[in-house]
Structure formats: structure tokens, C-alpha cells
Ligand binder design. Structure first.
Ligand code: NI
Length: 400
């Protein structure tokens, strides 16, 4: 256990409320853009706290503003709201009552942490030199809810944005943060090879789509091994191959599907460019027609250096030496869209229970669970960030 953990005293006071909120959301999970009950509950809770400056947007999301007594920056704090199509297999007393739907990524906790922070920040709003925008975003798990929020004006007037992901790849008591890329671009591609079929015994005159596919798969592997910088992580995976009819028939069609991951725009572009070049080359080489359908997923999540430093300094106050480099994955996150618009920082609050190994209860698994102390650490991080950004450093002579 990290003995240096210092939960913010105001968070300590509402500890039970934060944990109860998380358990409520956990018990009542809803899928992307179906967070109707979740939205209603959040809205009610905000109103009960006295936060009434609420705008609903992005189908099932909302923003709410806490205005300080003096002018200053507006800081956005974001929580995502959706659950996953997974049947929960845990034996928690508050396990999901919605069949086939589960908060298996920790978004239940994200909402609870932000609600907890909102309550405390709102009570202290007289002290703020600036404003806080609470951003409750639907549909992170695939449909890019962040883009809907941006389109509906969630970032209007916001100077910086911060977001937390509970992180079971790190132990509770750790906070992972770094400047620059922290999550990957997660793209999808489909490739269709059109050759010319024929008898397996008379290959001359045919264009064997299976031979083309074999070469294509091998060539795609050279993008990561030969074209991208080995110290910058990238992935190209062909996850599906489909084609052919019988042992003595030369296939005229093969379909492939795969995903590519990268941490930078530069590498994302290299992957796309090389994929196209390899395909053009193979078309010439074999006389086949190859159609690539490359779908951009979430872009890489790239933290602003100054904002990352703000998080690191706030984290130091809460978890001491537990603050440091994150456990990185090649997963994607739609917080990236906010960071393409304004500076901000996405960071990881370690939530792996101390008696478990970090990889034993990964996100998106059917018995996913967290150490709830992480919720208090997360709320404390949001509050400390706001104290640092909107109370202490602005007009230090006037305030105190
Ligand atoms: Ni998630």
C-alpha cells in the first residue's frame, strides 16, 4: 500500500456519497447513447447540489457550469457515462441488474468522481478566480460521443480540459500521467482482393487471390518492422481472412480485416501511406484489383505538456511518489477529440485492488471491479487541480 495517500479532507467528508453513487451507476448500466436514466440521475444530483446552469446535449449528455466570483480561466472536467454489452459475472452486491450490460470499464466511477468533485467545488465557488465546466459525456465506447459534445458546444469558452480514466493496470495509490501521447489512435481497415478464378490444376491464366493475400499480409507486417521508428510503438494486425471455395479451385476473392494502432499522427500517416503503396505494388505485380477501406477510429490522445505538469503536481500532493509514468496501452479514447481542440490532460488513476495483480482484472472483462479508494483519489485530483489552477495561482495577493 502507498502510505503517502492523502485524500483531500473535503472528499473524505463525502466519501460514502461518492462510493454510493458509483455503486448506483454500476447497478444500473446503460449502453452508448442510451444513458437516459444515467443522465436523469446526474441532472437531479447536480440540481440538488445547487448547480442549475445545465445544458443537455449530444443526445444523452450534459454540461453544467460552476461560476466563480471572479473572472479567470474556465476549466473543463469530463466524465464518460456509458457501459458495455457484457454480461457481468461478478458476485458484487451491486452487480448490474440490466441483462447483458455492464460497467466494465470504470465509467461508473468516472461519473461518481466528477459528481463528488462538483459538490465540493460548487460549495467553494466564491473562492474561484474562474469557472469550472462539468462535462458528462455519453458514448465513449465506440460511437465517439466526444465529437457530438464538441459539435453541440461543450468546449465553448473552455480554456483547458482534464479527464480521468480509472486504470486497473496500475495499483490503487498510483496516478499515471505524462506529456504527449498517452493513448493510441485505433483504426480499422478492410481489404478486398479481386483476382481471377480457375481450376487448381491450371493456374496459368488465373489471378490467385489467395497468393496475393499471403503476400499482402506479409508485406503489411513490414510497415511496423521496417517503416516506423522502433522506439515509437505501432501495431498492424490482420485479424480476419476469408476466401476460397474448394481444394481444387483457385480463389477469385479474399477479404481481410484488421486494426492499426499508433501514438502519433506521423505514424498513423506512415501506416496509411505504406498500406496504399504496398497495395498498388501488389496490384501491378499480380494483376489483381485490391480495394482498401481504411476507417479512422479515435485519434491518438496527446496531452499538453503544461496541463500534464499541472496534473503531476496535483497528483504529487495526493499520492506522493505514487505519481509518475502511466502504464500505457494501445487502446483508444475519444478524449483525444477534445485535445485536438484545446489544451488538456487525460490521466490514469490506478484502481487495481492491492490483493490482485494488475492484469488479472482487466478493463472490459466480465468480473471487472475496482478498489473504491481510487474514487476518492480521483475526486481529490480534480479538486486539487481546480484549487491549483483557479485559487492559488491567480491574484495571489488578493485571495487567501
Ligand atoms: Ni473506458
Amino acid at each position: 500500500m502507498n502510505n503517502e495517500i492523502k485524500i483531500h479532507p473535503l472528499v473524505q467528508n463525502i466519501k460514502d456519497e461518492i462510493i454510493d453513487n458509483r455503486r448506483y451507476f454500476h447497478k444500473h448500466p446503460e449502453l452508448s447513447f442510451k444513458e437516459f436514466n444515467t443522465l436523469e440521475v446526474i441532472e437531479k444530483k447536480l440540481i440538488n447540489m445547487g448547480i442549475t446552469n445545465i445544458t443537455k446535449m449530444a443526445k444523452t449528455g450534459l454540461i453544467a457550469d460552476i461560476k466563480g466570483s471572479k473572472n479567470g480561466k474556465t476549466i473543463g472536467l469530463r466524465a464518460d457515462m456509458d457501459a458495455l454489452p457484457i454480461q457481468e459475472t461478478s458476485d458484487l452486491s451491486f452487480k448490474s441488474i440490466n441483462d447483458g450490460v455492464m460497467h466494465a470499464c470504470g465509467h461508473d466511477g468516472h461519473m461518481a468522481m466528477l459528481l463528488g468533485a462538483a459538490k465540493i467545488i460548487n460549495e467553494k465557488k466564491e473562492k474561484l478566480n474562474g469557472n469550472v465546466r462539468l462535462i458528462f459525456q455519453p458514448a465513449e465506447e465506440g460511437p465517439a460521443g466526444a465529437t457530438y459534445m464538441i459539435k453541440d458546444g461543450a468546449l465553448k469558452g473552455v480554456d483547458q480540459i482534464y479527464g480521468i480514466h480509472l486504470w486497473n493496470y496500475q495499483k490503487v495509490g498510483e496516478i499515471g500521467v505524462k506529456p504527449g501521447p498517452i493513448m493510441a489512435a485505433a483504426d480499422m481497415f478492410e481489404i478486398e482482393i479481386h483476382g481471377k478464378g480457375g481450376h487448381g490444376a491450371t493456374p496459368h491464366g488465373t489471378v490467385d487471390a489467395i497468393v496475393v493475400a499471403s503476400n499482402l499480409i506479409n508485406s503489411l507486417q513490414t510497415i511496423v518492422s521496417r517503416n516506423t521508428n522502433p522506439i515509437e510503438s505501432t501495431v498492424v494486425t490482420v485479424g480476419m481472412i476469408n476466401g476460397g471455395y474448394n481444394f481444387n479451385v483457385i480463389a477469385d476473392r479474399v477479404k481481410l480485416k484488421g486494426t492499426s494502432r499508433s501514438y502519433t499522427k506521423k505514424n498513423r500517416n506512415i501506416i496509411k501511406k505504406r498500406m496504399n503503396e504496398i497495395i498498388l505494388g501488389l496490384e501491378k505485380m499480380y494483376g489483381a484489383k485490391i480495394i482498401l477501406n481504411y476507417k479512422d477510429g479515435y485519434p491518438p490522445t496527446i496531452n499538453d505538456p503544461e496541463c500534464a505538469n499541472n496534473v503531476l503536481s496535483a497528483s504529487n500532493k495526493i499520492v506522493g511518489k505514487g505519481a509518475g509514468n502511466p502504464y500505457l496501452s494501445m487502446g483508444g479514447e475519444d478524449f483525444s477529440y477534445y485535445l485536438e481542440k484545446i489544451p488538456g490532460c487525460f490521466f490514469f488513476v490506478g484502481s487495481c485492488p492491492l490483493d490482485q495483480e494488475p492484469l488479472s482484472t482487466p478493463h472490459h472483462c466480465s468480473h471487472f471491479n475496482i478498489d473504491e479508494t481510487a474514487l476518492l483519489i480521483g475526486s481529490s485530483s480534480f479538486i486539487t487541480l481546480i484549487e491549483d489552477l483557479l485559487i492559488k495561482y491567480i491574484n495571489p495577493f488578493i485571495t487567501k
